[in-house]
Structures are given as C-alpha cells and as structure tokens.
Design a protein around this ligand. Structure first.
Ligand code: F0G
Length: 478
C-alpha cells in the first residue's frame, strides 16, 4: 500500500516501464524509452516530455505523507529536497539516483518586500533557491539530469549557459566524478561569480564569439556530433527535478496552494516545470486548485512577453501557431536585435522551452510581463535589504509582482510566492555598482542600460584615516 511504503521511508525500486518520453506535439506523439537520450523528437523535432504510468506508481494519497520523509533524512535520497519527492519523478531506479544534497531551501515570509510590492503583510513569500549547493535553482534539475545520464552510461556532459547551468554542471561533475563537463558561454555575458565556479571546478570552458542564443545553437550541434549528453533545460529530465521547487513551496505552506507563483523567464525551463508539476498534482488529485503563474521577462530579453501578450501566441491544445514565433525571430534577425539586460542570467531571446511554457501558462491561467533593468535592480535592493539577497535575474520576479499589483491583476490580499532563482553573490558587479558612490562605476555598469538612479542604495562612507573623523562619521550617519 502506498502509505505504508512511504511510512517506512525507503525508496522502492519500481518496475521498469513506469516512465517514458513522449513528443510534446500531439500530432506526432512518438514515444521513447527512458534509457535513451535525444535532444528532440527524432520523428518531428519537437520537445520531449516525461510521462508516467501513475497507476503503477505508489504515489501518496495526500501530499502531507511526504513529511514522513524527513524522519529518514540520514538516507541521502530522503535528505535531498528533490528526491524525497521521488514518487512524483520516478524515472530512474533508486540505485542510479544522484544527489549532492540539493534542495535544502527556504520559503521566507518577507513583510518589507510585501510592502514594496503593495501586498498585505504576510502575503508575500520568497522561495530562496540560492541556498542550493552551487547557489542557484539549477541543482534541482542537474541532479535529475545526472541521474538520467548515469542510466544511459554517458561520460561527458555539455551545456550552453548564462552561468548558473554551467556552475551546476561543473559542480556535479567534479563532486560525483561521473562525467566530464564541457561548457559553452558567450563572450562577456557571464558574471564573475558564475564563471569562477566553472573554472575552479575544472570544466572545459569554451567561450564563443557570440551570445547565449548563439552558444545554445552550437552546443546542440556539438553534442549531437560528438555524442555528448546535453544538460540544458531542453533535457526533459532536468525539468522533472525542477518540479520539486513547487513541491517544497507547497510543503512550506502546509500544502495550501498559493494564489500566485511569480518566476523570472529566460530559457523557460522553470515555468515549464512548475506548470507540469501542478498539472500532474491536479491530475493525481493531490491538489484541488491551481495557482496562477506569472512569468517575468527582462525588458531587454522579452520574447515570451512579445509572443504571448502582444501577438496572442497560445498553447492551443498542443498546436500553437509557430508561424507567429518564426516571424518574430525573422524580425529580430533582420533588425540584428540581440538580448540585452543587466539580468545576464535571463539575457535570452530564443527560449528553448517556449512550447512547454505555453502549456504551463495554459494550465495555470498564466500571464507574462516585462520589467526594466531599473525595476529589477530596485527590487533586488529591497530583497537584499531583508538579508537574503539574490542576483538580478531573480529580482525580476519581485519587480514583476509589483507591476502586476499596480495593474490590479494581483490583489493586495493574494498570497504570492516569488522565486528567487540565484544567490546574491553570483553577480557582485551589478550589486556594487548599484550601491557605489563612484559615478563612473555606476555609469559604466548601469548607465548604458537605462538605469539612472539607485533609490535604495546603501552607500559606503569615505573617511580619512583619523579616529576623530571616523567617530564623527559614524555618529552622523547612524
Ligand atoms: N534565474 C537565474 C538565476 C538563472 O540562472 C536563469 C537561467 C533563470 C532565472 C531563467 O530560468 O531558463 O528556467 O527560464 N539561467 C540559465 C543558465 C539559462 O544558463 O544558467 P529559465
């Protein structure tokens, strides 16, 4: 019986065939065994999705049964904030599952940020994914991709990255020794915090003359040609791991579904995974309502906003009108328009998970907004003032919630969860430039991006090296 198996806490090996890959395109619907890896459907080229034969899986009758996993946290798999929900992503046998202790995250009630956003006290929560071992949400997906790669016997893994995927891949490679990491980054498009991780963890780092979108195209070609396992979020197994971010949010809210999930949108892996998580939980009868989903683009990288809000692109039962997307991309090309934002993690114009994100928006009655770099940095400063800081891309969620509040789409009494995707220390350049007293430094890093003020700056005070002057300054400013 499901409940009993869970009460014992052990992970039961499930019979093979309970999970399989299926083409996202309903007109194709090709299936593939979980033991294989393809970056796309071989028949029609669409994205692959993971499906389960739920009737053969001992899924708990209630989500609260997962709380019993904590009593088994001496077992590495139940310690993991991803794998203690194993029964909701059982694509790999337990002996292949990889963990480095990911997913020990916190849902923080943030009343000062609630005030900034315009929500009633107690209604804003920050899901802090910067607490993951490599400092971003990527570890939720990387442990799942590594588990699958182990199943396929892969020895090398690659990704294109704006920095966090590469940091996570490099970390899992060196901690587990299972695969060698190959990373592709664009020139000048990666923050030092993230680059330093990949270099120190020993990844083979290829910096190509181009941006993330160029690097993404190349890494797909290279991994195809050289048979290297690809860990970008185009990999459907990664998204299975990322579903658990929502499970931990629900857990922290005592299994109550919030009104809104607000998430930054880059390659659209998170939003796709979150939508899938809620779709499955509803299908399994584990939740009785769905939250609304808001995906927030940076204004300088706003493909999803343009397609969804301005051009009316919709999931349409799995048959979105992709001509709208092709025309949009042709237009970007003809204008030689490249993504450009201080939130370098989401500086992406051609999100690979676009179709899956459309499904998520459909399932969760979603909406999409764009926010400026100014709005992102102000929101980031407000989050950081609360003590648990985040990187610029993460703050897009808070800036987006504020915008939706101003528009009246989010009500003051709504319960809102913003996802903070990456750690504050990932991108110190942007943070220091915002708080600096040095106008040249401010202009160099931020001025060119239309950021004209730092409304919430906490500036350092320059004093001569004299005791009296130091004491006077402290008295004056405290
Ligand atoms: N926030 C952070 C901190 C990220 O690193 C990323 C993506 C996103 C948000 C966007 O998430 O792609 O699921 O919509 N970073 C990728 C990388 C692209 O290469 O590290 P998404």
């Amino acid at each position: 019986m499901a409940g009993t198996a869970l009460a014992k806490g052990g992970i039961k090996a499930l019979s093979s065939g309970v999970a399989y890959q299926r083409c996202l395109n309903p007109l194709c619907g090709a299936t593939l065994d979980v033991g294989q890896f393809r970056t796309a459907c071989e028949r029609c080229g669409d994205l692959l999705d993971i499906e389960y034969d739920w009737a053969r899986i001992p899924v708990p009758k209630q989500l609260s049964e997962f709380e019993q996993m904590w009593t088994r946290r001496h077992e590495p798999l139940r310690f993991s904030g991803v794998w203690r929900f194993y029964e909701l992503l059982p694509f790999a046998p337990p002996d292949k599952v990889v963990t480095v202790g990911e997913g020990q995250t916190l849902l923080q009630q943030a009343n000062d940020v609630a005030k900034f956003v315009g929500l009633d006290a107690g209604q804003l929560y920050l899901q802090y994914e910067g607490m993951n071992p490599s400092g971003s949400f990527k570890d939720n997906g990387m442990c799942a991709a590594f588990s699958h790669a182990r199943l396929t016997g892969a020895k090398r893994a690659a990704c294109a990255s704006t920095g966090n995927t590469s940091a996570s891949l490099s970390m899992y490679s060196s901690v587990t020794g299972l695969m060698k990491a190959l990373i592709f980054i664009g020139s000048g498009k990666i923050s030092y915090g993230k680059l330093s991780q990949a270099l120190e963890y020993g990844a083979l780092t290829v910096q190509i003359a181009g941006d993330f979108d160029d690097a993404m195209i190349r890494v797909r070609e290279v991994s195809q040609d050289l048979g290297i396992y690809l860990v970008n979020s185009i990999n459907p197994f990664r998204l299975e791991g990322q579903k658990t971010v929502m499970l931990r949010v629900l857990e922290a809210l005592r299994w109550q579904v919030p009104d809104w999930i607000v998430v930054p949108g880059g390659n659209l892996g998170n939003s796709s995974a979150f939508g899938k998580a809620f779709m499955e939980l509803k299908q399994l009868g584990l939740i009785d309502r769905l939250p609304r989903l808001a995906v927030i683009n940076a204004a300088g990288a706003d493909t999803l906003f343009q397609l969804y809000e301005r051009r009316g692109l919709r999931w349409n039962g799995g048959k979105p009108d992709m001509a709208i997307t092709c025309n949009y991309y042709d237009d970007l090309d003809s204008r030689k328009s490249k993504a450009d934002t201080i939130a370098s993690a989401i500086e992406i114009n051609r999100p690979v998970n676009l179709k899956k994100c459309l499904r998520a928006l459909d399932v969760c009655d979603g909406t999409v907004r764009k926010v400026s770099d100014q709005e992102i940095l102000d929101a980031k400063a407000q989050v950081g003032a609360g003590g648990i800081g985040c990187e610029p891309a993460s703050a897009a969620s808070v800036a987006g919630a504020k915008l939706l509040r101003q528009e009246g789409v989010i009500a003051p009494s709504d319960r809102v969860v913003c996802i903070l995707t990456g750690h504050q220390l990932k991108d110190p350049t942007a943070t220091v430039a915002y708080h600096t007293t040095d106008q040249d430094q401010f202009n160099e890093v931020l001025g060119s991006r239309g950021v004209s003020r730092a409304s919430f700056a906490n500036r350092a005070i320059a004093v001569p090296n004299e005791l009296d002057a130091i004491i006077r300054a402290i008295q004056l400013y405290s």
